[in-house]
Write a protein that binds this ligand. Structure first.
Ligand code: FES
Length: 88
């Protein structure tokens, strides 16, 4: 039943300079913190073609625009909540 999830961060120059450089680390921390390394593929990719909406991120094929330090935790928590054990 467990199919592996995928987070793709845009590493095109626009998104990278707009904030994905830092978000890369935030996402890596999130994955480590919740022990998701063997449940989630995390990789970078080339420009998604939506630079003006960036920084951009895709989770399981869904595009997230204007991702920032302010909303990244919420996006990850919402998208991966079934994998995250809260409490306990
Ligand atoms: S650089 Fe990210 S969408 Fe173009």
């Amino acid at each position: 039943m467990n199919h592996r999830r995928e987070i793709i961060i845009c590493l095109g120059s626009s998104c990278f300079s707009r904030g994905n450089k830092n978000l890369l680390k935030s996402i890596q921390r999130f994955i480590n913190h919740h022990n998701l390394a063997d449940k989630v593929f995390f990789r970078g990719d080339h420009c998604f073609g939506e630079c003006s909406e960036g920084p951009n991120l895709q989770i399981d094929g869904k595009m997230y625009n204007r991702v920032s330090d302010d909303n990244i935790q919420q996006i990850l928590t919402d998208s991966l909540q079934d994998l995250i054990k809260t409490g306990g």
